[in-house]
Design a protein around this ligand. Sequence first.
Ligand SMILES: [Zn+2]
Ligand SMILES: [Zn+2]
Length: 173
Amino acid sequence: MAYQDIDKRRTWYRQRRQKCKNEGICIQCRKNKSVGDRTKCRPCLDKQSKNGKLRRQRCKQIGQCLVCKQESIYKNHCSQCYLRKKARESGFNMDRAIRKLELQDYRCYYSGLKIDHTNASPDHTIPKSKDGHDSIENLRWVHWNINQMKRSLDEKVFMDLCKKVYRNGLADT
Ligand SMILES: [Zn+2]
Ligand SMILES: [Zn+2]
């Protein structure tokens, strides 16, 4: 299929979805009323969750990533999808978060330690508890242990404490 046709088709789908949404009709069967603020009716939602469950079960059995169906290597995900999941769960845009990790060369921002899907942790530079945003500028990928140390500290406070620990350690040796 030509690119223009794919674009046309996408637009058509989008318009149809929007129309259904506006009219409060299920976007799947386009017959029943949608449930609450969902876009589908109860029977379609039930079917979707049943299918999802079966698909997830099957992926687990044969060792496929639940998202992209490549080989699963960590908690039913491939490494990319697991990192994306982590980013999303922390509130960040997944694509941008991964790009940021690449820019960091898969190293912890603070310690420089190599990080991967098993220990990379997305951190809000300005903590959410202090009105930090989920914007990509406020994201730094850090080693899980470092994130445990930093918790909800401001970057500056955290760095000052690290220096104190380091200096104090040197004084003893
Ligand atoms: Zn329906
Ligand atoms: Zn995957």
